[in-house]
Design a protein. Structure first.
Length: 320
């Protein structure tokens, strides 16, 4: 199995969703491990439980720390080499800077079918609105409270006579099912060929005159609008039994390729068959891919393959 994602859970209280994630992570095939539990209150039952269950914890008191709270938390997340943050009943407004730092890597669970009933007191709002169905939502965290892209939901029936408490109890059971499953899906996504292909497509689309072309069945990107657009990038998905999903780009030659592969064997490899043609492979089914670096390689490879009229155009635009 691929290396597990390192997840930090942030809580503010009871931590029953946190417990669901901790127990789910005990399965041998769970794609994440709980590498840190922290939050904004030092003395909450959730932290005690996490500690008793052997999860690394960091007790922080946001009130006491004041302005230094978010930096202290960020340092701890860095030290624990966290890939993904899972908010689980974390009740503090998160500053935009922190949200931006974790964009696409921080998820939350909310006890309603978002976009319905965001914010506090969702169950009261559901009952007041006379809903017959409610549920829970796992979503990416964005700047606005409870409004990031939805990763998944589960429905829960509202029963006659339900109170906010009885409803909360049943929704919580549904939350405990939903969160571990969706977190597993979410952390597995960046290691899949379809997700990687989409990401490269996005980056490649910023370059002029880029089209799609397959190379012996592998997805590829070409430059040039003429009859023979030239391939400048190929996605090799476990090609000929290789264990990597790699992006093949044009390097300057075997010397550069050999040097890079020797210096960074976890990032680069010599692709079967294509290597001889000057294609260098960048391994992308890793959790620590530097996508700016991939974008640089795409541009470089594009330049190496683009017709002079396009590269000239690019140099002129760069001067301005
Ligand atoms: C959960 O119901 C969670 O969905 C909710 O707080 C509760 C925390 O319980 N979160 C929000 O309302 C976020 N806007 P827990 O501490 O037992 O997991």
């Amino acid at each position: 199995m691929a290396e597990r994602a390192r997840v930090a859970i942030l809580i503010s209280g009871r931590g029953s969703n946190m417990a669901a994630l901790i127990y789910a992570a005990r399965a041998d095939d769970c794609p994440y491990e709980i590498a840190l539990v922290s939050g904004d209150k030092a003395d909450v039952p959730g932290l005690q439980l996490a500690h008793a269950e052997g999860a690394p914890i960091l007790a922080l008191d946001a009130k006491l720390l004041g302005a230094s709270y978010w930096n202290t938390l960020q340092d701890a997340l860095d030290a624990a080499r966290i890939d993904t943050i899972a908010l689980a009943g974390f009740m503090r407004i998160i500053p935009a800077e922190f949200v931006a730092r974790w964009a696409g890597k921080m998820v939350n669970i909310h006890p309603s079918l978002l976009p319905l009933h965001p914010g506090l007191r969702s169950h009261e709002a559901v009952l007041a609105a006379g809903e017959t169905t409610t549920g829970a939502t796992v979503h990416l965290v964005s700047d606005e409270v409870d409004s990031g892209a939805i990763l998944g939901q589960v429905k829960v029936a509202v029963l006659p006579g339900d109170t906010p408490d009885t409803l909360a109890t049943r929704v919580l059971i549904a939350e405990h099912q939903l969160y571990p499953r969706l977190l597993a899906e979410f952390v597995s996504r960046p290691l899949t060929a379809s997700w990687i292909e989409q990401r490269i497509d996005e980056l490649a689309s910023h370059l002029p005159e880029v089209g799609r072309k397959t190379s012996h069945g592998s997805p590829g990107w070409s430059v040039g609008s003429g009859k023979t657009p030239k391939l400048f990038a190929i996605l090799a998905d476990h090609h000929h039994g290789e264990e990597a999903i790699g992006l093949l780009v044009k390097a300057s030659g075997p010397d550069e390729m050999g040097g890079l592969i020797e210096a960074h064997p976890d990032v680069y490899y010599w692709p079967k068959y294509y290597g001889a043609g000057g294609w260098l492979a960048i391994k992308l089914n890793r959790r620590d891919v530097d996508w700016d670096h991939v974008a640089e390689w795409l541009e470089r490879s594009w330049r190496a393959c683009a017709p002079p009229r396009l590269t000239k155009l690019m140099s002129i635009t760069e001067e301005f």
